[in-house]
Design a protein around this ligand. Structure first.
Ligand code: NAD
Length: 498
């Protein structure tokens, strides 16, 4: 039996972060595991409602009583650039800690996740250097200015599948627009983000970025339910998102919700076949298969269906699943035992639903203690199958064939989700018709995935509420204020002067 080594010596205990100091939470100790070997590597001290209250009070004090919210744009850009530099200076350690929590492939963490985390700060530094306000003159002699002011204290709730890349999008946006933030990482993957908070203490004033640790229903819901929080930015599952929105709704706290997906990857016979095949594999197996934007329902035109599926299966059999630290590894472990078992339960259920297992579906025995599974593909009996309707969130593809453009559109849109869609075709009328017909927040044409940070990202239906991206974040993290001033003293009506 092969036990994979921990990527880095784990911290023995993970604590929260308030006022640029460690905060020993008052809750229970929650075990944290390394997905590569299934061993408990650390404990996280859970922050209770009292700790969350303390984090909010610290953020509020900084927001209300210091110059933070009113810094000049030049100073704020300097701070955002320094955050970026701190991340790049510590890329190796942050990457190993991210790997320890998530089991993501180290090569990809270094090459993408940490780079994106650093770039998120640069992106918002550049964005605020160009942001503009509104000004209206009117014939009654008034000048009206529209200010965008920081929203205040914001709660940021992150998932486990890409902690650094996703949480820094929220942190960078929140501080770029002058807010004080409280981050709650996933209790499964606390290591890289608590390290980041520690590293940023020389750049960010006390109370600008606090961090609370713990399980969702304890720490997360304390943050969401606290009336001292002015915004909640949530990324996670749809079921959790619904609960978070209900809890936030009691205080009328505005939320953005980046939720789950079951995205259609539509391959037409008119596509560049080889690129579409490569793209379909990337779309479902990147990030250990655990990504909201996965192209998990692969719809292929009947004319090329058999050949496409056969070649997809042959390529899938050759994918290297293994140690996330090894350079040749293509898929690492699933993030937790519970999640691995859930994914495998879909494979076990295929026959019952009338679907057919094409490849994979089992845990990898030779790496028994780690959470490794075979990359999996299933031929669905119809789009009504469980494997086509539920988000599996793993290296698990479902195939369906279609005969016409109309049928492809109808199958693709027949889902409770609407995060992204992929279209593969070299026929422009098809590209345009399908892209415009997709009920999803993003459509990627002839490419597996591409995130333009200036553009909105988010979902229709149960995939989300609101968007992330340059202008979308500016709208969310600020309050608008209209100020009207007469340019010269105006003749006012005189009440009681008769
Ligand atoms: P999750 O919903 O279980 O947890 C997300 C976060 O919410 C965690 O920090 C968790 O502790 C917290 N949480 C749980 N219950 C809570 C509650 N009642 N109140 C407040 N916080 C609570 O999601 P996950 O399993 O960590 O992540 C996977 C999910 O995230 C998938 O569905 C995936 O599609 C989605 N996701 C979406 C996007 C996107 O941009 N749309 C990106 C990444 C992941």
């Amino acid at each position: 039996m092969k036990i994979f080594e921990n990527p880095i010596e784990p911290p023995s205990i993970v604590k929260g972060w308030i006022d640029n100091k460690e905060n020993h939470g008052s809750g229970i100790e929650v075990p944290v595991f390394y997905p590569g070997n299934g061993k408990q590597v650390s404990v996280l001290v859970e922050d209770t409602a009292d700790d969350v209250e303390k984090a909010i009070a610290s953020a509020r004090k900084t927001f209300d009583t210091t110059s933070w919210a009113k810094l000049s744009v030049e100073k704020r850009i300097e701070i955002l650039e320094s955050c970026r530099q701190v991340i790049l200076d510590n890329i190796d350690e942050l990457a190993l800690l991210e790997c320890l929590g998530t089991g993501l492939i180290l090569r990809e963490i270094k090459g993408f996740h940490i780079q994106r985390a650093a770039y998120n700060f640069r992106f918002f530094a550049q964005y605020i250097s160009q942001a503009h306000g509104e000004r209206y003159d009117n014939t009654d002699g008034y000048l009206t200015l529209v200010n965008r002011e920081p929203a205040g204290v914001v709660g940021l709730i992150a998932p486990w599948n890409a902690p650094m890349a996703l949480a820094t999008m929220k942190i960078a946006a929140a501080i770029a627009f002058g807010n004080c933030a409280i981050l709650k990482p996933s209790e499964q993957t606390p290591f890289s983000l608590i390290k980041l908070a520690n590293l940023l203490k020389d750049v960010l004033p006390e109370g600008v970025l606090n961090l609370v640790n713990g399980r969702g229903p304890v720490t997360g819901s304390s943050l969401v339910s606290n009336p001292g929080v002015d915004r909640i930015s949530f990324t996670g599952g749809t079921v959790t998102g619904r609960q978070v929105m209900m809890d936030a709704g009691k205080q009328l706290t505005p939320c953005t919700m980046e939720l789950g997906g079951k995205s259609a990857n539509i391959v037409f016979a008119s596509a560049d076949y080889q690129r579409a095949l490569d793209g379909a594999l990337i779309g479902i197996f990147s990030n250990n298969g655990q990504q909201c934007l996965a192209g998990s329902r692969i719809l292929v035109e009947e004319k090329i269906f058999d050949q496409f599926v056969e070649e997809f299966v042959q390529r899938t059999k050759k994918i290297v699943v293994g140690d996330p630290l090894h350079n040749e590894t293509e898929i690492g472990p699933i993030a937790s035992k519970q999640h691995m078992e859930r994914i495998l339960s879909f494979a076990e259920g295929v026959q019952k639903d009338g679907d057919k297992l094409l490849v994979g579906g089992k845990r990898l025995a030779e790496q028994k203690d780690g959470y490794f599974i075979e990359p999996t593909a299933v031929m669905a009996s119809s789009n009504n199958s469980r494997v086509c309707q539920e988000e599996i969130f793993g290296p698990f593809a479902s195939f369906i064939s279609f005969k016409s453009e109309e049928e492809a559109i109808s199958i693709a849109n027949d889902t409770e989700f609407g995060l992204v869609s992929y279209v593969w075709s070299d026929h422009m009328p098809t590209i345009l018709n399908v892209s415009e017909s997709m009920r999803s927040g993003v459509v990627w044409v002839n490419t597996p995935m591409m995130r333009e940070l200036r553009a909105p990202f988010g979902g229709y239906h149960n995939s989300g509420v609101g968007r992330e991206g340059g202008y979308s974040c500016e709208q969310f993290y600020t309050e608008e204020k209209t100020i009207s001033i007469p340019k010269t003293p105006l003749n006012l009506k005189k009440f009681g002067d008769k």
